[in-house]
Ligand binder design. Structure first.
Ligand code: SF4
Length: 407
């Protein structure tokens, strides 16, 4: 067992699992924190408002030695596993708080390290996830020229949808974010899409329609990070069987599915459709695929995904860092192992569930309950089942309506 693993990951006996034949899946997604601070303080943000406040002790911006060592560790991992493609995601806080120079330095360090370690065999795709307020014409142009794609977080496509997105003085971020989006629209090759955290108080069709006005290549709708100890807004302990998020998402699905605007991919929906057709998932929100993502903080600490911060203090910690540890070391951390076990990490509720193959127990962070850790169904269980059944019900007639191609 891993000495520094925080409870409840210690419950997992990794050596026994390895002896039984479970093998690690190499990381292919590297989340690098460029900044541990944000100029906004969105009311639902799990980094600054949840149980974990480890950001307070971290350097506000990534240190140069961390930036270099992270890149070397990525190169080492790519070469060691013969990876043909990786994703590097630049995150924060707000990753562009220090300007685009830091981002571009990190990108060139990673590309150089991968090239040195593995030659030209590995494609490095880079994106930055920003609140949009720091985007400038010069910055967007330089990110685009460096092949960095930019994703922007919004709660909807109108000012009134974004009341929760405010700065530390309570001033709305909307105007600055839309200015950034207008700059991004001039570089469609760099415009990755929009990320929207669901607000049940907003009309789902209005949110979807208004976001589409920004012509995103892709959209994703996120369930607010929550768990059985901290249920999501609109789903208190007495209403866990209700499915308001599933109903909200089903309305968006219908709008998208019936609109014919499928060139804009909605990740949660295309993942569910793929899973229904028997393909493996590529997102952590649904499915049983092993998670292959790891995160490096501004001080070099290697952590699991940020979303675990919603569970309890230090939940994402591994006790490792890029100076002492390789990413291979992290693959044996019980928290990572658990997230690569698929159905093996689930409790009996999920194992007996008819939609398990598609749902996969939902997002790992949403399963947490004090006492039993993460071996529970998702706090969004009823929402996920409703949405999955709805999507299946909508695509079945299409698949049955005749051959997909003419003879
Ligand atoms: S719908 Fe609920 S019980 Fe079924 S797999 Fe998902 S979280 Fe588990």
């Amino acid at each position: 067992m891993h000495a520094s693993a925080p409870w409840p990951h210690r419950l997992l006996d990794v050596p026994a699992l390895r002896q039984a034949g479970t093998s690690p899946v190499p990381f292919e997604q590297f989340v690098l924190k460029l900044s541990s601070r944000c100029n906004l303080l969105c009311s639902y943000c799990y980094v600054y408002t949840a149980a974990d406040d480890s950001w307070r002790g971290r350097p506000p911006r990534i240190r140069q030695d961390v930036l270099e060592r992270s890149a070397e560790r990525i190169g080492e991992h790519v070469a060691g596993h013969g990876l043909r493609g990786i994703r590097v995601e630049l995150h924060g806080g707000e990753p562009l708080l220090g300007g685009v120079d830091i981002a571009l330095r990190q990108v060139s360090e990673v590309r150089a390290a991968v090239l040195a370690a593995a030659g030209t065999h590995c494609e490095v795709r880079v994106s930055v996830q920003t609140n949009g307020t720091q985007l400038t014409a010069d910055g967007v142009g330089r990110l685009a020229a460096a092949g960095v794609r930019v994703g922007v977080s919004l709660d909807g496509g109108r000012a009134e949808h974004n009341k929760r997105r405010v700065d530390h003085a309570g001033r709305p971020a909307w105007e600055a974010a839309t200015r950034g989006l207008a700059l991004l629209a001039r570089h469609p090759e760099a415009y990755a899409g929009l990320l929207c955290t669901i607000d049940l108080d907003l009309d789902p069709e209005d949110v979807y329609d208004s976001l589409m006005e920004f012509r995103p290549a892709a959209l994703d709708f996120l369930l607010p990070h929550a768990n059985w100890e901290s249920p999501p807004p609109g789903k208190g302990p007495s209403s866990v069987g209700s499915a308001p998020y599933g109903e909200w998402l089903a309305q968006v699905f219908d709008r998208w599915f019936d609109s014919g605007r499928h060139r804009t991919r909605i990740r949660l929906f295309t993942e569910i459709i793929g899973l229904l057709l028997g393909f493996p998932s590529r997102a952590e929100a649904v499915g049983l695929s092993p998670v292959a993502a790891v995160l490096v903080e501004t001080d070099g600490a290697i952590e699991q995904v940020d979303s675990l911060k919603a569970a309890y203090a230090q939940a994402p910690a591994t006790g490792m860092n890029v100076f002492r540890n390789s990413f291979d070391d992290v693959l044996d951390h019980p928290g990572i192992v658990a997230r690569q076990l698929g159905a093996g990490a689930l409790g009996s509720d999920c194992l007996d569930c008819p939609v398990l193959r598609v749902c996969g127990g939902g997002h790992y962070a949403h399963r947490y309950r004090s006492g039993s850790g993460f071996r529970n169904r998702s706090v969004y269980c009823s929402d996920l089942e409703l949405l999955i059944r709805h999507v299946a019900h909508r695509i079945e007639p299409v698949l049955r309506s005749g051959p997909l191609l003419p003879d």
